[in-house]
Design a protein around this ligand. Structure first.
Ligand code: MN
Length: 701
């Protein structure tokens, strides 16, 4: 049966008794003229489509403007009609709704995902002006889905997928349950025809098989409630195909294991009766504790309210029961549209108030909802749970995996921006590199030419693009430093030999089978090729004279020190300050002696050319003994030295050397060199010594 204009007018008069329906009639005439001669794929006149859409809008009890706009919704897109024509004939309000619909229809959701998010934003922006745009768009899609059989299989699939991914979640967000269900069922029918058919057949089988069972259970509930003085409407139902389908897919279980395909809905008159009914149900059948949900006290974001419980019904079959009032039931089906429907006394020109109430609704609905970005965020979270969408300051959308940080953002823009990323301004507030981006964030990267990547960045970045770039930078940096270091080490050593001849490094590199001098020096810098090996080749007799002592070369994985961005360098500890693990340290790139590690507080460091300083830190996985000196000022009395050495011995600390000499005022100064593993061990030792009677002062040298 096709919808006729009279059906629409009749429907509208039903809920707006004194409706001025002239604008609807006029819209019908206009639409008929524009679409004249056009046919749908089904072969029927195109006009049937706007009539169907307008009828759906009337059934949702929307106002005259919405019904007229529904009739006109395809007139601009499909013809030479301009938005000005609509405005001239029907007023700005209708024109604005039709214009919004036209804009949405131009959005192509097939594009790249980033583009898709941007399109989504456009759609949200278009419809956030007026909810009627979205409601018409949704029922427009519904009618197109209902007539999808006339499309080619390929476009069937595309439209069905778009419906399932964009429109059904939107309907869900807005709480328009009936629309969501129908969109989902229709989409699934086209996306997995066999799966849909099989599942539907099985559910129908169950429905038949359980018919008697369900009516028995419902009867029990009715009579029990009646005896308690509660007037209730009890409905039984088998779940929708799509919701069962999703459950099977999500949980990866066979159909036999989906237990709660049977549901029941109990409608009562008050909130108090809802809870009362819940108690009565639980007194008849045992509930599954974890499945009792109170959406009355805590409504869902889309305003849904109800009590849910799953009980072991007669024979142990599980039955899901929803309990709610009539009003809650109405909202559960109509969602936000319930708040948008025509009410008595509302003037058509009252749209300003409507818009305000829509905004207020939006604010109540989702407290943090401040702008379209956040709206996008809240809707999109349902759509793409594993992605976050953020904006550049210019409003472009970028997509990242969940957990992505400003580093990922920076590298996605430009490698150099990534390498110099200091942090970011997110929504105007400064955040650290570790900040995890949220959908809707507006991100502005902060950069500094002094900044450069560190190894820890590999843990902060989430995208492989950023990680690859960081690794590349670290490797280049590592190589560069090693080349400089290797060259210095070798040159210095050769100079000290006073060979009186120039060394041809290029020939030398070839001799050691390196492609070039850089690779050759790098090998020395890394300690893969020892200087002695090279010297041996240049001047074998000199090598013998050279004692193998100066460079304390550590095996590759046991230097005890990690140099930022560089691995396996020659490291030794400065004798001037004798750093131990736990001390704040800094590295000094020596000329020819690898890297010397100093305590940051060492006065010598102040005099070093800052360009030769390099950040280092202790390797926490490595522990070895370090020699350090300390002095103790104490009373010059017999047994004093003995008790100090005993304190040291108790901690199993080795004494390398000690000296003691008297100073003024009857005191003595004892200087010890001991080996310790860390600063904390040393501190503990100092604590022990300080507690000894006669000790006045203790100081690390
Ligand atoms: Mn349409």
């Amino acid at each position: 049966m096709t919808v006729r204009i009279n059906d629409i007018l009749e429907e509208v008069s039903g809920y707006i008794p004194d409706a001025d329906t002239r604008i609807i009639e006029k819209a019908y005439v206009f639409s008929a003229r524009v679409h004249q001669g056009q046919t749908r794929l089904s072969g029927e006149p195109y006009l049937n489509h706007p009539l169907e859409v307008a009828y759906l809008i009337a059934q949702m009890h929307l106002d005259v403007t919405a019904v007229a706009a529904a009739l006109l919704h395809d007139t601009i897109e499909d013809s030479l009609t301009k938005v000005e024509d609509i405005a001239a004939g029907f007023g700005d309000e209708v024109a604005q709704v039709v214009d919004g619909l036209t804009k949405i229809s131009k959005i192509d959701f097939r594009s790249e995902e980033e583009q898709q998010a941007e399109n989504f934003r456009k759609m949200i922006l278009a419809m956030s002006k007026d909810l009627r745009i979205l409601l018409i768009k949704l029922v427009d899609r519904l009618h197109n889905m209902r007539t999808l059989q006339y499309h080619k299989p390929k476009s069937q699939e595309r439209i069905a997928r778009e419906t399932l991914e964009i429109y059904a979640p939107l309907a869900n967000r807005l709480g328009i349950h009936w629309l969501q269900i129908e969109l989902e069922e229709l989409s699934l029918k086209y996306l997995d025809p066999t799966g849909y058919k099989t599942l539907k057949a099985r559910l129908e089988d169950i429905e038949k098989a359980k018919e008697a069972y369900l009516s028995d259970v419902m009867g029990q509930i009715r009579s029990k409630l009646e005896s308690m003085g509660i007037k209730a409407e009890v409905k039984g139902r088998i779940k929708h195909v799509y919701s069962v389908y999703q459950k099977l897919k999500k949980q990866g279980i066979p159909f036999e294991d989906v237990y709660d395909v049977m549901g029941m809905r109990i409608i009562v008159s008050s909130v108090a009766e809802c809870y009362e009914t819940l108690g009565i149900i639980h007194s008849i059948w045992k509930p599954i504790q974890s499945r009792i949900k109170d959406f009355i006290a805590m409504p869902k974001a889309n305003m849904y309210q109800s009590l849910h419980t799953t009980v072991f019904g007669p024979g142990g079959d599980r039955i899901e029961i929803q309990i709610r009032t009539r009003e809650m039931d109405y909202i559960a089906n109509e969602g936000i549209a319930a708040h948008w429907r025509y009410k008595d006394g509302m003037q058509i020109s009252d749209h300003e108030g409507e818009r305000l109430s829509w905004l207020r609704q939006l604010l109540e609905w989702q407290k943090e909802l401040k702008d379209p970005h956040e709206f996008l965020q809240s809707v999109k979270i349902d759509l793409y749970p594993e992605d976050v969408y953020v904006f550049t300051p210019k409003g472009e959308v970028k997509r990242f995996p969940v957990g992505a940080t400003p580093l990922d953002f920076a590298y996605s823009v430009h490698t150099q921006l990534g390498n110099q990323c200091m942090g970011a301004k997110v929504n105007g507030k400064i955040v650290p590199l570790r900040y995890k981006l949220n959908s809707g964030d507006v991100v502005e990267i902060l950069r500094s030419s002094k900044q450069h990547p560190g190894k820890d960045w590999l843990r902060i970045a989430k995208t492989s693009r950023a990680k690859t770039k960081i690794k590349a930078w670290l490797r280049a940096q590592e190589n560069e430093q090693s080349i400089a270091l290797g060259r210095e080490i070798l040159e210095k050593r050769i100079k000290s030999l006073h060979l009186g001849k120039e060394v041809d490094y290029e020939a030398m590199a070839k001799d050691f089978s390196f492609p070039d001098t850089d690779a050759f020096f790098m090998a020395i810098g890394f300690g893969r090729l020892s200087v002695n090996q090279v010297i041996n080749r240049i001047a074998p007799e000199e090598q013998k004279k050279e004692p193998k002592r100066q460079i304390r070369k550590k095996s590759q994985d046991s230097s005890g020190i990690v140099v930022k961005g560089v691995e396996n360098l020659l490291v030794r500890y400065a004798k001037c300050c004798r750093p131990i693990p736990g001390d704040e340290v800094v590295g000094f790139i020596t000329r020819g002696r690898g890297i010397t590690v100093h305590r940051s507080s060492c006065p010598y460091v102040m005099e070093i050319d800052p360009r030769r300083l390099i950040a280092v830190e202790w390797d926490k996985n490595f522990s070895e003994n370090h020699e350090i000196d300390f002095s103790v000022m104490c009373a010059d009395k017999p047994g004093m030295l003995g008790s100090i050495t005993a304190a040291i011995g108790t901690r199993n600390i080795n004494i390398i050397s000690m000296k003691a000499y008297p100073v003024a005022n009857g005191s003595a100064m004892c200087v010890f060199r001991v080996t310790v593993k860390s600063l904390s061990e040393l501190k503990d030792l100092f604590g022990d010594i300080r507690r000894l009677k006669g000790v006045e002062r203790i100081e690390r040298q």
